[in-house]
Design a protein around this ligand. Structure first.
Ligand code: AHR
Length: 520
Protein backbone atom coordinates (compact mmCIF):
# COMPACT_ATOMS: atom_id res chain seq x y z
CA UNK A 1 0.00 0.00 0.00
CA UNK A 2 2.72 2.40 1.06
CA UNK A 3 4.76 1.36 -1.96
CA UNK A 4 1.85 2.27 -4.26
CA UNK A 5 1.39 5.60 -2.55
CA UNK A 6 5.08 6.39 -3.00
CA UNK A 7 4.88 5.35 -6.64
CA UNK A 8 1.92 7.66 -7.28
CA UNK A 9 3.73 10.59 -5.67
CA UNK A 10 6.80 9.85 -7.75
CA UNK A 11 4.72 9.65 -10.94
CA UNK A 12 3.03 12.97 -10.19
CA UNK A 13 6.39 14.54 -9.46
CA UNK A 14 7.74 13.20 -12.73
CA UNK A 15 4.75 14.54 -14.63
CA UNK A 16 5.16 18.02 -13.17
CA UNK A 17 8.93 18.01 -13.69
CA UNK A 18 9.00 16.64 -17.22
CA UNK A 19 5.71 18.13 -18.43
CA UNK A 20 4.47 14.67 -19.42
CA UNK A 21 0.99 14.91 -20.93
CA UNK A 22 -1.90 14.09 -18.65
CA UNK A 23 -5.64 14.31 -19.03
CA UNK A 24 -7.55 16.76 -16.86
CA UNK A 25 -11.23 16.72 -16.12
CA UNK A 26 -13.71 19.59 -16.39
CA UNK A 27 -17.47 19.71 -16.08
CA UNK A 28 -20.03 21.92 -17.79
CA UNK A 29 -23.78 22.19 -17.22
CA UNK A 30 -25.67 23.70 -20.16
CA UNK A 31 -29.04 25.17 -19.14
CA UNK A 32 -31.39 24.45 -22.01
CA UNK A 33 -34.25 25.59 -19.84
CA UNK A 34 -32.79 29.13 -19.61
CA UNK A 35 -32.27 29.79 -23.32
CA UNK A 36 -33.47 33.34 -23.89
CA UNK A 37 -31.16 35.70 -25.74
CA UNK A 38 -30.19 35.72 -29.38
CA UNK A 39 -26.54 35.66 -30.43
CA UNK A 40 -26.49 38.37 -33.09
CA UNK A 41 -24.74 37.18 -36.23
CA UNK A 42 -23.01 40.58 -36.20
CA UNK A 43 -20.73 39.26 -33.46
CA UNK A 44 -19.06 37.53 -36.41
CA UNK A 45 -18.36 40.82 -38.24
CA UNK A 46 -15.13 41.92 -39.90
CA UNK A 47 -13.15 45.12 -40.39
CA UNK A 48 -11.39 46.52 -43.48
CA UNK A 49 -9.30 49.65 -43.08
CA UNK A 50 -7.24 51.61 -45.59
CA UNK A 51 -4.15 50.23 -43.92
CA UNK A 52 -1.24 48.33 -45.43
CA UNK A 53 -2.46 45.63 -47.80
CA UNK A 54 -6.05 45.26 -46.60
CA UNK A 55 -7.81 47.28 -49.31
CA UNK A 56 -5.03 48.00 -51.83
CA UNK A 57 -3.29 44.75 -52.86
CA UNK A 58 -5.89 42.94 -50.74
CA UNK A 59 -9.56 43.29 -51.66
CA UNK A 60 -8.76 45.78 -54.43
CA UNK A 61 -6.44 44.88 -57.30
CA UNK A 62 -4.79 46.93 -60.04
CA UNK A 63 -6.91 47.83 -63.07
CA UNK A 64 -5.03 45.47 -65.39
CA UNK A 65 -4.52 42.71 -62.81
CA UNK A 66 -4.39 39.09 -63.94
CA UNK A 67 -5.86 38.04 -60.58
CA UNK A 68 -9.52 37.14 -61.20
CA UNK A 69 -11.68 40.06 -60.08
CA UNK A 70 -15.04 41.67 -60.48
CA UNK A 71 -14.67 45.40 -61.07
CA UNK A 72 -11.22 45.25 -59.38
CA UNK A 73 -12.60 43.37 -56.32
CA UNK A 74 -10.73 40.09 -55.90
CA UNK A 75 -12.97 37.08 -56.58
CA UNK A 76 -11.20 34.46 -54.42
CA UNK A 77 -11.48 36.71 -51.36
CA UNK A 78 -15.19 37.25 -52.00
CA UNK A 79 -15.78 33.52 -52.34
CA UNK A 80 -13.83 32.70 -49.18
CA UNK A 81 -15.62 35.36 -47.12
CA UNK A 82 -19.02 34.28 -48.45
CA UNK A 83 -18.22 30.80 -47.17
CA UNK A 84 -18.08 32.40 -43.71
CA UNK A 85 -21.43 34.17 -44.30
CA UNK A 86 -19.78 37.34 -43.07
CA UNK A 87 -22.62 39.45 -41.68
CA UNK A 88 -21.00 42.90 -41.69
CA UNK A 89 -17.90 44.81 -42.73
CA UNK A 90 -16.60 47.95 -41.02
CA UNK A 91 -14.84 50.60 -43.18
CA UNK A 92 -12.78 52.82 -43.87
CA UNK A 93 -11.06 52.72 -40.46
CA UNK A 94 -9.83 52.69 -37.72
CA UNK A 95 -7.55 55.65 -37.35
CA UNK A 96 -7.80 56.21 -41.11
CA UNK A 97 -11.50 57.07 -40.72
CA UNK A 98 -10.77 60.24 -38.78
CA UNK A 99 -8.55 61.55 -41.61
CA UNK A 100 -10.83 60.47 -44.44
CA UNK A 101 -12.85 62.93 -46.51
CA UNK A 102 -15.46 60.93 -48.35
CA UNK A 103 -15.94 63.37 -51.23
CA UNK A 104 -12.35 62.59 -52.33
CA UNK A 105 -13.47 59.01 -53.02
CA UNK A 106 -16.43 59.56 -55.38
CA UNK A 107 -16.77 60.51 -59.04
CA UNK A 108 -14.53 59.61 -61.99
CA UNK A 109 -11.44 57.90 -60.59
CA UNK A 110 -9.02 59.93 -62.68
CA UNK A 111 -10.36 63.11 -61.05
CA UNK A 112 -10.11 61.91 -57.47
CA UNK A 113 -7.47 63.72 -55.42
CA UNK A 114 -4.78 61.78 -53.62
CA UNK A 115 -3.99 62.04 -49.93
CA UNK A 116 -1.27 60.82 -47.59
CA UNK A 117 -2.24 58.05 -45.19
CA UNK A 118 -0.57 59.63 -42.17
CA UNK A 119 -1.35 56.88 -39.69
CA UNK A 120 -0.18 53.97 -41.78
CA UNK A 121 3.22 54.56 -43.33
CA UNK A 122 2.58 57.90 -45.09
CA UNK A 123 1.75 56.07 -48.28
CA UNK A 124 -0.18 57.85 -51.00
CA UNK A 125 -3.85 56.96 -51.07
CA UNK A 126 -5.29 57.39 -54.56
CA UNK A 127 -8.90 57.22 -53.39
CA UNK A 128 -9.75 54.73 -56.11
CA UNK A 129 -11.63 52.69 -53.51
CA UNK A 130 -14.37 54.92 -52.11
CA UNK A 131 -18.04 54.88 -51.14
CA UNK A 132 -19.42 53.29 -54.35
CA UNK A 133 -16.70 50.64 -54.36
CA UNK A 134 -17.35 49.82 -50.70
CA UNK A 135 -21.05 49.27 -51.32
CA UNK A 136 -20.22 47.15 -54.36
CA UNK A 137 -17.97 45.03 -52.13
CA UNK A 138 -20.70 44.62 -49.51
CA UNK A 139 -23.21 43.71 -52.21
CA UNK A 140 -20.84 41.02 -53.52
CA UNK A 141 -20.35 39.74 -49.97
CA UNK A 142 -24.05 40.04 -49.21
CA UNK A 143 -23.20 41.70 -45.91
CA UNK A 144 -24.24 44.82 -44.00
CA UNK A 145 -21.95 47.83 -44.48
CA UNK A 146 -20.70 49.67 -41.41
CA UNK A 147 -19.20 53.08 -42.06
CA UNK A 148 -17.14 54.89 -39.48
CA UNK A 149 -17.43 58.66 -40.06
CA UNK A 150 -14.78 61.31 -39.50
CA UNK A 151 -15.42 63.19 -36.28
CA UNK A 152 -11.73 63.85 -35.53
CA UNK A 153 -10.77 66.06 -38.49
CA UNK A 154 -14.02 66.38 -40.43
CA UNK A 155 -17.07 68.57 -39.99
CA UNK A 156 -20.65 67.98 -38.92
CA UNK A 157 -21.79 69.02 -42.40
CA UNK A 158 -19.42 66.56 -44.08
CA UNK A 159 -20.64 63.60 -42.04
CA UNK A 160 -24.32 64.61 -42.36
CA UNK A 161 -23.95 64.90 -46.14
CA UNK A 162 -22.30 61.47 -46.34
CA UNK A 163 -25.34 59.86 -44.71
CA UNK A 164 -27.60 61.90 -47.00
CA UNK A 165 -25.61 60.85 -50.09
CA UNK A 166 -25.97 57.19 -49.12
CA UNK A 167 -29.50 56.98 -47.76
CA UNK A 168 -31.60 59.86 -49.03
CA UNK A 169 -34.35 59.56 -51.60
CA UNK A 170 -35.18 63.27 -51.56
CA UNK A 171 -34.33 65.67 -54.36
CA UNK A 172 -31.20 67.36 -53.06
CA UNK A 173 -27.67 68.29 -54.13
CA UNK A 174 -26.35 65.12 -52.46
CA UNK A 175 -28.80 62.78 -54.19
CA UNK A 176 -28.13 64.53 -57.53
CA UNK A 177 -24.40 64.01 -56.99
CA UNK A 178 -24.99 60.32 -56.27
CA UNK A 179 -27.04 60.00 -59.44
CA UNK A 180 -24.34 61.78 -61.46
CA UNK A 181 -21.93 59.16 -60.14
CA UNK A 182 -24.07 56.35 -61.47
CA UNK A 183 -26.34 55.41 -58.57
CA UNK A 184 -29.96 56.56 -58.65
CA UNK A 185 -31.36 54.50 -55.76
CA UNK A 186 -30.05 55.05 -52.24
CA UNK A 187 -27.45 52.49 -51.16
CA UNK A 188 -28.98 52.14 -47.70
CA UNK A 189 -26.85 51.89 -44.61
CA UNK A 190 -27.89 51.12 -41.04
CA UNK A 191 -24.69 50.93 -38.97
CA UNK A 192 -22.86 54.25 -38.60
CA UNK A 193 -19.81 54.86 -36.40
CA UNK A 194 -19.58 58.43 -35.07
CA UNK A 195 -15.78 58.63 -34.89
CA UNK A 196 -13.08 56.14 -33.93
CA UNK A 197 -10.80 56.05 -30.88
CA UNK A 198 -11.47 59.72 -30.26
CA UNK A 199 -9.43 59.52 -27.04
CA UNK A 200 -6.39 58.84 -29.30
CA UNK A 201 -5.91 58.93 -33.07
CA UNK A 202 -9.43 60.32 -33.50
CA UNK A 203 -8.63 63.72 -31.99
CA UNK A 204 -7.07 63.13 -28.55
CA UNK A 205 -10.28 64.25 -26.90
CA UNK A 206 -11.40 64.03 -23.32
CA UNK A 207 -14.46 61.89 -22.65
CA UNK A 208 -16.58 64.98 -22.00
CA UNK A 209 -15.38 66.80 -25.13
CA UNK A 210 -16.16 63.73 -27.25
CA UNK A 211 -19.57 63.35 -25.59
CA UNK A 212 -20.46 66.96 -26.42
CA UNK A 213 -19.31 66.46 -30.01
CA UNK A 214 -21.23 63.21 -30.30
CA UNK A 215 -24.43 65.04 -29.33
CA UNK A 216 -23.79 67.68 -32.00
CA UNK A 217 -22.85 65.27 -34.82
CA UNK A 218 -25.62 62.88 -33.94
CA UNK A 219 -28.26 65.63 -34.17
CA UNK A 220 -27.57 65.97 -37.89
CA UNK A 221 -27.23 62.29 -38.81
CA UNK A 222 -30.77 61.82 -40.04
CA UNK A 223 -32.95 58.85 -40.82
CA UNK A 224 -34.10 58.90 -44.44
CA UNK A 225 -37.36 57.18 -45.42
CA UNK A 226 -37.62 53.84 -43.70
CA UNK A 227 -33.83 53.56 -43.28
CA UNK A 228 -33.11 54.06 -39.60
CA UNK A 229 -29.51 54.61 -38.56
CA UNK A 230 -27.95 52.57 -35.76
CA UNK A 231 -25.37 55.03 -34.45
CA UNK A 232 -22.26 53.64 -32.82
CA UNK A 233 -20.53 56.03 -30.42
CA UNK A 234 -16.72 55.93 -30.34
CA UNK A 235 -16.03 54.07 -27.11
CA UNK A 236 -13.06 53.39 -24.91
CA UNK A 237 -10.21 50.91 -25.02
CA UNK A 238 -9.94 47.93 -22.67
CA UNK A 239 -10.33 49.28 -19.15
CA UNK A 240 -11.29 52.88 -20.07
CA UNK A 241 -14.29 52.65 -17.78
CA UNK A 242 -14.45 56.43 -17.21
CA UNK A 243 -15.05 56.93 -20.92
CA UNK A 244 -18.07 54.63 -20.81
CA UNK A 245 -19.31 56.22 -17.59
CA UNK A 246 -19.16 59.74 -19.09
CA UNK A 247 -20.98 58.76 -22.27
CA UNK A 248 -23.64 56.66 -20.59
CA UNK A 249 -24.34 59.25 -17.89
CA UNK A 250 -24.82 61.96 -20.48
CA UNK A 251 -26.98 59.74 -22.66
CA UNK A 252 -29.61 59.09 -20.01
CA UNK A 253 -32.95 60.01 -21.53
CA UNK A 254 -31.52 61.02 -24.92
CA UNK A 255 -30.81 59.16 -28.15
CA UNK A 256 -27.42 60.28 -29.43
CA UNK A 257 -26.32 56.69 -29.99
CA UNK A 258 -27.60 53.11 -30.16
CA UNK A 259 -24.37 51.24 -29.64
CA UNK A 260 -21.16 52.02 -27.79
CA UNK A 261 -17.91 50.71 -29.17
CA UNK A 262 -15.14 48.97 -27.26
CA UNK A 263 -11.68 48.17 -28.61
CA UNK A 264 -9.31 45.68 -27.05
CA UNK A 265 -6.31 44.02 -28.68
CA UNK A 266 -4.48 41.04 -27.24
CA UNK A 267 -0.80 41.95 -26.83
CA UNK A 268 1.46 39.19 -25.67
CA UNK A 269 4.02 41.68 -24.34
CA UNK A 270 3.91 45.49 -24.67
CA UNK A 271 2.94 48.03 -27.36
CA UNK A 272 6.64 48.69 -27.99
CA UNK A 273 7.60 45.00 -28.26
CA UNK A 274 4.63 42.83 -28.99
CA UNK A 275 6.37 39.59 -29.79
CA UNK A 276 6.71 37.49 -32.92
CA UNK A 277 3.58 36.05 -34.54
CA UNK A 278 5.24 32.71 -35.29
CA UNK A 279 8.47 32.28 -33.31
CA UNK A 280 7.21 31.90 -29.77
CA UNK A 281 7.35 29.49 -26.88
CA UNK A 282 5.03 28.43 -24.11
CA UNK A 283 5.67 31.57 -22.02
CA UNK A 284 4.30 33.64 -24.93
CA UNK A 285 1.39 31.25 -25.42
CA UNK A 286 0.47 31.48 -21.75
CA UNK A 287 0.81 35.25 -21.62
CA UNK A 288 -1.27 35.68 -24.82
CA UNK A 289 -4.05 33.53 -23.41
CA UNK A 290 -3.95 35.35 -20.07
CA UNK A 291 -4.20 38.70 -21.81
CA UNK A 292 -6.96 37.67 -24.16
CA UNK A 293 -9.09 36.39 -21.29
CA UNK A 294 -9.08 39.96 -19.91
CA UNK A 295 -11.74 40.63 -22.53
CA UNK A 296 -14.17 38.94 -20.13
CA UNK A 297 -13.39 41.43 -17.38
CA UNK A 298 -13.64 44.38 -19.78
CA UNK A 299 -17.02 43.25 -21.09
CA UNK A 300 -18.34 42.64 -17.59
CA UNK A 301 -17.21 46.01 -16.26
CA UNK A 302 -18.38 48.07 -19.27
CA UNK A 303 -21.66 46.14 -19.14
CA UNK A 304 -22.09 46.94 -15.46
CA UNK A 305 -21.73 50.67 -16.21
CA UNK A 306 -24.14 50.41 -19.14
CA UNK A 307 -26.61 48.48 -16.97
CA UNK A 308 -26.57 51.28 -14.41
CA UNK A 309 -27.86 53.83 -16.94
CA UNK A 310 -29.64 51.49 -19.34
CA UNK A 311 -31.05 48.57 -17.33
CA UNK A 312 -33.38 47.63 -20.22
CA UNK A 313 -30.29 47.03 -22.34
CA UNK A 314 -31.52 49.16 -25.21
CA UNK A 315 -27.95 49.99 -26.22
CA UNK A 316 -25.45 47.50 -27.56
CA UNK A 317 -21.81 47.06 -26.65
CA UNK A 318 -20.03 46.94 -30.00
CA UNK A 319 -16.57 45.37 -29.86
CA UNK A 320 -15.65 46.78 -33.24
CA UNK A 321 -11.90 46.09 -33.00
CA UNK A 322 -10.39 43.02 -31.37
CA UNK A 323 -7.81 40.32 -32.02
CA UNK A 324 -4.14 39.50 -31.62
CA UNK A 325 -1.64 42.25 -32.38
CA UNK A 326 1.87 40.81 -32.90
CA UNK A 327 5.02 42.46 -34.28
CA UNK A 328 4.75 43.00 -38.04
CA UNK A 329 6.25 40.14 -40.04
CA UNK A 330 10.02 40.40 -40.47
CA UNK A 331 10.85 42.11 -43.76
CA UNK A 332 7.42 43.72 -44.13
CA UNK A 333 6.68 47.44 -43.74
CA UNK A 334 6.15 47.79 -39.96
CA UNK A 335 3.38 50.35 -40.56
CA UNK A 336 1.40 47.81 -42.60
CA UNK A 337 0.70 45.53 -39.59
CA UNK A 338 1.02 42.35 -41.63
CA UNK A 339 1.37 39.26 -39.42
CA UNK A 340 1.11 35.49 -39.86
CA UNK A 341 -1.51 33.52 -38.03
CA UNK A 342 -0.97 30.29 -36.09
CA UNK A 343 -2.92 27.85 -33.94
CA UNK A 344 -2.44 30.36 -31.09
CA UNK A 345 -4.50 32.91 -33.05
CA UNK A 346 -7.20 30.31 -33.68
CA UNK A 347 -7.62 29.68 -29.95
CA UNK A 348 -7.65 33.39 -29.22
CA UNK A 349 -10.46 33.73 -31.78
CA UNK A 350 -12.51 30.87 -30.34
CA UNK A 351 -12.36 32.00 -26.71
CA UNK A 352 -13.24 35.57 -27.66
CA UNK A 353 -16.17 34.45 -29.80
CA UNK A 354 -17.37 32.29 -26.90
CA UNK A 355 -17.15 35.32 -24.58
CA UNK A 356 -19.14 37.48 -27.03
CA UNK A 357 -21.75 34.73 -27.39
CA UNK A 358 -22.07 34.41 -23.64
CA UNK A 359 -22.60 38.17 -23.32
CA UNK A 360 -24.97 38.44 -26.28
CA UNK A 361 -27.56 40.19 -24.20
CA UNK A 362 -25.33 43.27 -24.31
CA UNK A 363 -22.72 42.53 -27.01
CA UNK A 364 -24.55 43.10 -30.27
CA UNK A 365 -21.66 43.26 -32.70
CA UNK A 366 -17.93 42.57 -32.92
CA UNK A 367 -15.45 43.08 -35.75
CA UNK A 368 -12.17 41.23 -35.79
CA UNK A 369 -9.22 43.32 -36.96
CA UNK A 370 -8.83 42.90 -39.85
CA UNK A 371 -10.28 40.86 -42.71
CA UNK A 372 -7.30 40.66 -45.11
CA UNK A 373 -3.52 41.05 -44.66
CA UNK A 374 -3.69 43.17 -41.49
CA UNK A 375 -3.37 41.94 -37.86
CA UNK A 376 -5.42 38.80 -37.07
CA UNK A 377 -6.70 38.23 -40.58
CA UNK A 378 -8.85 35.40 -41.80
CA UNK A 379 -7.23 35.75 -45.23
CA UNK A 380 -3.64 36.42 -46.31
CA UNK A 381 -2.59 37.09 -49.89
CA UNK A 382 0.73 37.16 -51.75
CA UNK A 383 0.44 38.07 -55.43
CA UNK A 384 -2.22 35.79 -56.83
CA UNK A 385 -1.94 33.32 -53.93
CA UNK A 386 -4.36 33.25 -51.03
CA UNK A 387 -4.16 31.47 -47.68
CA UNK A 388 -7.03 30.82 -45.29
CA UNK A 389 -5.65 31.22 -41.79
CA UNK A 390 -6.41 29.10 -38.72
CA UNK A 391 -8.61 32.02 -37.55
CA UNK A 392 -10.64 31.61 -40.77
CA UNK A 393 -11.49 28.05 -39.82
CA UNK A 394 -12.68 29.12 -36.38
CA UNK A 395 -15.09 31.60 -37.95
CA UNK A 396 -16.25 28.82 -40.27
CA UNK A 397 -16.80 26.37 -37.42
CA UNK A 398 -18.65 29.00 -35.34
CA UNK A 399 -21.14 29.85 -38.10
CA UNK A 400 -23.55 27.57 -36.25
CA UNK A 401 -23.97 30.27 -33.59
CA UNK A 402 -25.11 33.02 -36.03
CA UNK A 403 -28.48 34.31 -34.81
CA UNK A 404 -28.97 31.19 -32.65
CA UNK A 405 -30.34 31.35 -29.10
CA UNK A 406 -27.73 31.30 -26.36
CA UNK A 407 -27.87 28.40 -23.93
CA UNK A 408 -26.19 29.66 -20.74
CA UNK A 409 -23.82 27.38 -18.86
CA UNK A 410 -21.93 26.89 -15.61
CA UNK A 411 -18.54 25.25 -15.64
CA UNK A 412 -15.84 23.91 -13.43
CA UNK A 413 -12.70 24.10 -15.49
CA UNK A 414 -9.39 22.40 -14.87
CA UNK A 415 -6.50 24.82 -14.64
CA UNK A 416 -3.79 25.37 -17.16
CA UNK A 417 -0.71 26.08 -15.07
CA UNK A 418 2.52 27.62 -16.30
CA UNK A 419 5.35 28.68 -13.99
CA UNK A 420 3.03 28.73 -10.98
CA UNK A 421 0.45 30.89 -12.73
CA UNK A 422 -2.98 29.53 -13.58
CA UNK A 423 -5.80 30.25 -15.97
CA UNK A 424 -8.91 28.23 -16.74
CA UNK A 425 -8.15 25.76 -19.49
CA UNK A 426 -11.70 25.27 -20.72
CA UNK A 427 -13.88 27.90 -22.39
CA UNK A 428 -17.21 27.29 -24.04
CA UNK A 429 -20.51 28.57 -25.39
CA UNK A 430 -23.64 26.82 -26.57
CA UNK A 431 -26.64 27.76 -28.68
CA UNK A 432 -29.79 26.38 -30.28
CA UNK A 433 -30.48 27.26 -33.90
CA UNK A 434 -33.78 27.82 -35.71
CA UNK A 435 -33.93 24.11 -36.66
CA UNK A 436 -33.60 22.99 -33.05
CA UNK A 437 -30.00 21.85 -33.41
CA UNK A 438 -27.80 22.52 -30.40
CA UNK A 439 -24.14 23.40 -30.87
CA UNK A 440 -21.53 23.31 -28.18
CA UNK A 441 -18.13 24.89 -28.86
CA UNK A 442 -15.29 24.25 -26.43
CA UNK A 443 -11.66 25.33 -26.36
CA UNK A 444 -8.88 23.67 -24.39
CA UNK A 445 -6.16 26.30 -23.94
CA UNK A 446 -3.72 23.86 -22.36
CA UNK A 447 -0.98 23.15 -24.94
CA UNK A 448 0.30 20.09 -23.05
CA UNK A 449 -2.66 18.24 -21.62
CA UNK A 450 -5.88 16.82 -22.94
CA UNK A 451 -9.21 17.31 -21.22
CA UNK A 452 -12.10 15.06 -20.43
CA UNK A 453 -15.16 17.30 -20.41
CA UNK A 454 -18.30 15.96 -18.81
CA UNK A 455 -21.29 17.90 -20.12
CA UNK A 456 -24.83 17.70 -18.83
CA UNK A 457 -27.89 19.40 -20.25
CA UNK A 458 -30.41 20.73 -17.78
CA UNK A 459 -33.97 20.93 -19.03
CA UNK A 460 -33.51 18.30 -21.73
CA UNK A 461 -35.37 15.00 -21.65
CA UNK A 462 -32.75 13.15 -23.60
CA UNK A 463 -30.16 14.19 -26.11
CA UNK A 464 -28.25 12.66 -28.95
CA UNK A 465 -25.03 13.85 -30.51
CA UNK A 466 -25.07 14.11 -34.30
CA UNK A 467 -21.53 15.06 -35.23
CA UNK A 468 -18.28 16.52 -34.02
CA UNK A 469 -15.64 18.76 -35.62
CA UNK A 470 -12.35 20.07 -34.34
CA UNK A 471 -9.37 22.26 -35.03
CA UNK A 472 -5.90 21.53 -33.70
CA UNK A 473 -2.28 21.08 -34.78
CA UNK A 474 0.73 19.25 -33.51
CA UNK A 475 2.66 22.42 -32.61
CA UNK A 476 1.51 25.63 -30.94
CA UNK A 477 2.91 27.70 -33.79
CA UNK A 478 1.75 25.61 -36.74
CA UNK A 479 0.26 27.73 -39.50
CA UNK A 480 -1.13 27.66 -43.03
CA UNK A 481 1.45 28.97 -45.47
CA UNK A 482 1.63 30.04 -49.10
CA UNK A 483 2.42 27.31 -51.58
CA UNK A 484 1.77 24.55 -49.03
CA UNK A 485 -1.23 22.38 -48.26
CA UNK A 486 -3.19 23.97 -45.42
CA UNK A 487 -2.51 22.00 -42.26
CA UNK A 488 -4.88 23.72 -39.86
CA UNK A 489 -8.39 23.06 -41.10
CA UNK A 490 -11.65 21.72 -39.66
CA UNK A 491 -11.55 17.96 -39.18
CA UNK A 492 -14.12 15.37 -38.13
CA UNK A 493 -14.06 14.67 -34.41
CA UNK A 494 -15.16 11.32 -33.01
CA UNK A 495 -13.86 11.29 -29.45
CA UNK A 496 -17.16 11.83 -27.67
CA UNK A 497 -19.80 9.56 -26.15
CA UNK A 498 -22.96 9.61 -24.07
CA UNK A 499 -22.73 7.96 -20.68
CA UNK A 500 -25.81 7.99 -18.45
CA UNK A 501 -27.21 11.08 -20.17
CA UNK A 502 -23.88 12.87 -19.94
CA UNK A 503 -21.89 13.90 -22.97
CA UNK A 504 -18.25 13.09 -22.46
CA UNK A 505 -15.77 14.81 -24.76
CA UNK A 506 -12.13 13.84 -24.83
CA UNK A 507 -10.36 16.90 -26.12
CA UNK A 508 -6.77 16.93 -27.29
CA UNK A 509 -4.44 19.59 -25.93
CA UNK A 510 -4.67 23.05 -27.62
CA UNK A 511 -7.82 22.33 -29.55
CA UNK A 512 -11.28 23.66 -30.37
CA UNK A 513 -14.18 21.22 -30.60
CA UNK A 514 -17.74 21.68 -31.88
CA UNK A 515 -20.42 19.08 -31.14
CA UNK A 516 -23.84 19.17 -32.79
CA UNK A 517 -26.70 17.67 -30.77
CA UNK A 518 -30.45 17.47 -30.75
CA UNK A 519 -33.14 16.49 -28.28
CA UNK A 520 -34.50 13.02 -28.93
O1 AHR B 1 -6.65 48.12 -36.45
C1 AHR B 1 -5.55 48.95 -36.40
C2 AHR B 1 -5.78 50.22 -35.60
O2 AHR B 1 -5.96 49.89 -34.26
C3 AHR B 1 -7.01 51.02 -35.94
O3 AHR B 1 -6.80 51.86 -37.00
C4 AHR B 1 -7.25 51.79 -34.69
O4 AHR B 1 -8.61 52.11 -34.50
C5 AHR B 1 -6.69 50.90 -33.60
O5 AHR B 1 -5.85 51.59 -32.75
Amino acid sequence: MQKHYLLSILTLLLISQLGVAQTNTSTVIYHLDSAEHQISKHIYGHFAEHLGRCIYDGFWVEEDSKIPNQGRIRTDIIEALKELSIPSLRWPGGCFADTYHWKDGIGPREDRPTMVNVHWGNVTEDNSFGTHEFFELCELLDCEPIICGNLGSGTVQEMAQWVEYINSNNISPMTKLREQNGRKEPFKIKYWGVGNENWGCGGNMTAQYYTDNLRRYSSYLKDYGDQKLYKIAGGGYGDYYDWTETLMKDEKGRKSFDGLSLHYYTLNKTWAKKGDAVEFGEADWFSTMTKTLLMEEHIQKHTAIMDKYDPEKTKGLIVDEWGNWHDSAPGSNPAFLYQQNTLRDALVASVNLDMFNNHCERVKMANIAQAVNVLQSVILTKGNEMVLTPTYYVFKMYKVHHDATLIPHQKKSASYTFNDKKIEAVHTSCSKDANGKIHVTITNLDPNNGQVINCSFEGATSMKALKGKYITASKMNDLNDFGKKETIIIQDFMDYSFKKGELQIKMPSKSIVMIELEEK
